[in-house]
Design a protein around this ligand. Structure first.
Ligand SMILES: [Zn+2]
Ligand SMILES: [Zn+2]
Length: 329
């Protein structure tokens, strides 16, 4: 059994044993109609694939099935994932659900196998998400349904949180929902060099899939009046209805800040000035802990009701005004 040590997309060290050799084989299980759930061994077992008439394979692992292991009559799909709780599967649910739904409704009794290394956590999460959306049923009910067909399923804790958030959003991605936005910020903007790019990319996927995306009131640069962000980008505790005693405005990172936030940091600098992309006026200070030249999401350490316990990048806006022009138009 080969031991491996690697870093995940968030820069966290993962230690483990080589997946292929350490997993004992179980057979793929028929979960719902022609939808099957199984392991990597199942995905390579030509006799079993033939027996169950598998025509589509969806791999949920950190590498795809290699060309020389593929069968000519099977369509292969791959979603990159490691079995760690802070790995984002949630924003890939719609893509996976489309693949599974296309296969399940194709007819001819053709089957689809969704698999990871063991068919326990990653692929089980994807199958549960598909059935939650298809049946419009909550997580625990669907987990029990899948478990009756495959007792060994056990989505890791972080994946369970993601499935419960999917349930809370009525089985779709809703980028108007601040819980999704906080989830993305905390998942991607963490000690990772390209985390910011991934964050913008996955947030944009979620916003495009959101029906009736509502960005809210625009805020503009006080110096040149260019719109810099909208109400939806403000980071605060929206469950708190008390008065705004602190008056400070913290926001999500914006794509126009990318170059400024991604620039190499001097570790002695504890506060980064963010400039308006149009007039170069300083419009924000990013006081986030900067460690090893990387940004870290942390608690916004303000004790007012709107910010206590809220996590973000601590980008505090300075030179901004409500854009009344855009509001009235
Ligand atoms: Zn400006
Ligand atoms: Zn505050």
């Amino acid at each position: 059994m080969a031991k491996y040590i690697e870093r995940d997309a968030h820069g966290l060290v993962i230690e483990g044993f080589d997946e292929m050799s350490s997993i004992t084989t179980t057979m793929m299980d028929q979960i719902w109609g022609t939808l099957y759930l199984g392991s990597m061994d199942d995905a390579l077992n030509v006799a079993a694939l033939t027996m169950h008439n598998i025509k589509t394979i969806l791999t949920i692992m950190n590498y795809p099935i290699s060309d020389d292991q593929r069968q000519p009559n099977i369509t292969y799909h791959w979603i990159n994932a490691q079995d760690v709780g802070n790995w984002d599967l949630l924003t890939y649910f719609p893509e996976a659900n489309d693949i599974i739904d296309g296969a399940v409704t194709a007819g001819n009794n053709a089957g689809i196998l969704v698999h990871c290394a063991a068919g326990v956590s990653r692929s089980a999460t994807i199958v549960i998400a598909y059935l939650m959306q298809t049946l419009q049923r909550p997580y625990e009910e669907v987990r029990d349904l899948v478990r009756r067909r495959r007792p060994e399923i056990y989505p890791n804790e972080g994946f369970v949180d993601q499935l419960e958030l999917f349930e809370a959003m009525d089985y779709c991605l809703d980028a108007n929902d601040r819980r999704l936005r906080h989830y993305l910020l905390n998942t991607y903007v963490r000690a990772v060099e390209d985390g910011l790019d991934q964050y913008f990319q996955r947030l944009s996927v979620a916003e495009k899939l959101t029906l009736d995306m509502y960005y809210g009131v625009p805020y503009a640069c006080i110096s040149c009046a260019a719109v810099l962000f909208n109400e939806i980008n403000v980071v605060k505790n929206y469950q708190y209805n008390g008065p705004d005693v602190c008056g400070r405005v913290f926001i999500e990172p914006q794509p126009w800040m990318s170059d400024q936030l991604a620039a190499p940091f001097d570790e002695t600098v504890h506060e980064l000035e963010v400039k308006c992309p149009h007039c170069r006026q300083v419009v924000a200070k990013c006081a986030t802990m900067i460690s090893n030249y990387k940004l870290l999401v942390k608690n916004i350490d303000c004790k007012c009701g709107h910010h206590n316990g809220v996590r973000g990048l601590k980008i505090m806006m300075l030179g901004i005004i409500l854009d009344n022009k855009s509001m009235s138009s």
